[in-house]
Design a protein around this ligand. Structure first.
Ligand SMILES: Cc1cc2nc3c(=O)[nH]c(=O)nc-3n(C[C@H](O)[C@H](O)[C@H](O)COP(=O)(O)OP(=O)(O)OC[C@H]3O[C@@H](n4cnc5c(N)ncnc54)[C@H](O)[C@@H]3O)c2cc1C
Length: 489
């Protein structure tokens, strides 16, 4: 097989790789994004709290703190360019006793030192003015008005779409297993036999960044997965706060939160438990009960009956709590982007800038493109329209009038658009449109979505997957049992 030749290969299409790819797409250089999964944002970036942090949780001595502050400030412009759900709703840290207020004072001083704009220490009265649903034991807290929430996967999808529009090549299903340095470039091999030759490599492989570093002869470090479990509450819950609510943090994590998501649902969690298996996304009743107890300490009305789903994500932690982003001292022309745990999502746009600067420092020539276009095509969403406004949209495309996902109000036209933009698995469509994310969790719409994928792609029913090969949804023979599709759905 002829190798594909590129200037810069980025390994990993999570939020780090996507931000780096988009940043580099503004320069006269050939960039290829290599991702082992069938779609982008299927790694750590798909399951997290979605918070744009306020810049007060971490010490100013860390690189991650500088990138968090800078990244946070970049989101307003990014939203205008990339059209993803984002709300600068603000963050509250809730103190339940005077001892915790001492820690609030520390967080405030740290935030000011970091350069977080607008943060304030709050009295009990001010806290209830900002969030009336708080438990009556709250004695005060911290308010960070610059914090917010985004939909993380939509952010990654838009970044990649923008990068591709500006010339970046995306190769999915490209699982990097070996590589050699030929004297002036890396020869990179995928499991399926494809080969890419690149002068520069960026290792943004999340939980696998340690393995990828070893493949390229880079530094020896270990990524330890730290699991965080969540409950998702129905959008009809009465306990949706106006701002993200944090407890006073613990030694290993920021604690369990109550998060009003960018799309109007509520998340509670996450836990923080060190585990061994980088694939283990199971959830556990004990952990989840703990989450419920912790959430109720801040907002007493949180109810079990509001819960519609449980899920977990894995933080790619290193021994050192900081990000490890640097030019490799061992392997030629390799940039390491590892240990990107929280606040990685917040910092990601700044990580893109930082890696671009490291590449320049390492000798990569980057000159700005004259015709760089930062905007993606906005996609109408029927639920944002009033019936009066919808008339024009329906006249242009009647498929906006056919609601496929009734819980989240997603139309056939939006699902077809997702498929045409390359998201052809059930999870890809879920993350792009939100179909299957509501109260019924896909119970009613999965079957209709499968039929739309079949119609749009020509794929047979038994080739439709949840998230790529090995996760096929329907099996058996349609010829033998024509009712099979309906039965399995
Ligand atoms: C529970 C939890 C809560 C969090 N909450 C927040 C928050 O609220 N705010 C915040 O700012 N941050 C948060 N984070 C952190 C944030 O989610 C991460 O920092 C970020 O998603 C990391 O992105 P990434 O691109 O580095 O990694 P990933 O998203 O994992 O991307 C790496 C990609 O590399 C691919 N890959 C791996 N190996 C190979 C290979 N051999 N070949 C090709 N591709 C490969 C993977 O498939 C993956 O898609 C949270 C994280 C967790 C787990």
């Amino acid at each position: 097989m002829e190798p594909l030749t590129t200037d810069i290969a980025i390994i990993g299409a999570g939020v780090s790789g996507a931000c780096i790819a988009r940043q580099l797409s503004a320069y006269e250089t050939d960039v290829t994004l290599l991702e082992k999964e069938v779609d982008v944002s299927f790694g750590v970036s798909k399951a997290n709290s979605g918070i744009i942090h306020g810049g007060f949780h971490h010490s100013p001595r860390y690189l991650k703190t500088r990138l968090e502050i800078q990244g946070n400030l970049m989101f307003d412009r990014l939203q205008r360019e990339l059209d993803f759900p984002f709300s600068r709703c603000g963050i509250l840290v809730v103190a339940m006793n005077e001892e915790e207020m001492k820690y609030i004072s520390h967080l405030y001083t740290q935030g000011v030192e970091n350069g977080a704009i607008g943060i304030e220490m709050c009295s009990r009265e001010r806290m209830f003015e900002l969030e009336p649903k708080l438990d009556s034991d709250c004695v005060g807290g911290l308010h960070a008005p610059g914090g917010g929430v985004i939909e993380p996967y939509r952010f990654v999808f838009s970044l990649v779409e923008s990068a591709r529009k500006n010339g970046v090549k995306l190769m999915t299903g490209f699982n990097v297993t070996s590589a050699e340095w030929t004297g002036d470039k890396h020869r990179i091999h995928a499991v399926d036999g494809r080969v890419v030759e690149a002068r520069w490599v960026v290792n943004a492989a999340g939980l696998q960044a340690d393995t990828v570093s070893r493949i390229f002869g880079g530094e020896d470090f270990t990524v330890h997965p730290r699991k965080g479990e969540y409950y998702l509450l129905d959008r009809k819950t009465k306990v949706c706060p106006q701002r993200v609510l944090f407890p006073v943090p613990t030694r290993v994590s920021k604690g369990m939160l109550v998060i009003p998501t960018a799309e109007g649902t509520v998340l509670i969690g996450p836990t923080a438990v060190d585990i061994e298996d980088k694939e283990d996304l199971s959830t556990n009743e004990d952990q989840l009960s703990q989450i419920l107890d912790q959430a109720r300490k801040m907002v007493p009305g949180v109810s079990r009956t509001d819960i519609i789903a449980a899920f977990s994500g894995l933080r790619p932690a290193l021994e050192d709590p900081d990000f490890y982003i640097d030019i490799s001292g061992k392997a030629p022309n390799l940039i390491q982007v590892a240990g990107i745990q929280s606040p990685g999502l917040t910092a990601s746009p700044a990580i893109g800038e930082y890696v671009k600067d490291l590449l320049k420092k390492a000798g990569c020539r980057l000159t700005e493109k004259a015709d760089y276009d930062p905007y993606v095509t906005k996609m109408p969403r029927i639920r944002d329209y009033t019936p009066f406004e919808a008339e024009e949209l329906l006249a242009s495309n009647p498929a906006y009038g056919n609601l496929v996902c009734r819980c989240e109000k997603i139309s056939e036209a939006e699902i077809v658009e997702a498929i045409r933009r390359g998201h052809t698995t059930l999870d890809g469509i879920k993350y792009f449109t939100r179909a299957q994310m509501g109260r019924c969790q896909g119970g009613f719409c999965s079957y209709k979505i499968i039929k739309l994928i079949m119609r749009e792609t020509g794929l047979r029913y038994d080739r439709i997957t949840k998230r790529g090969p090995g996760s096929e949804i329907l099996t058996g023979s349609l010829e033998e049992n024509p009712r099979e599709v309906a039965h399995h759905a």
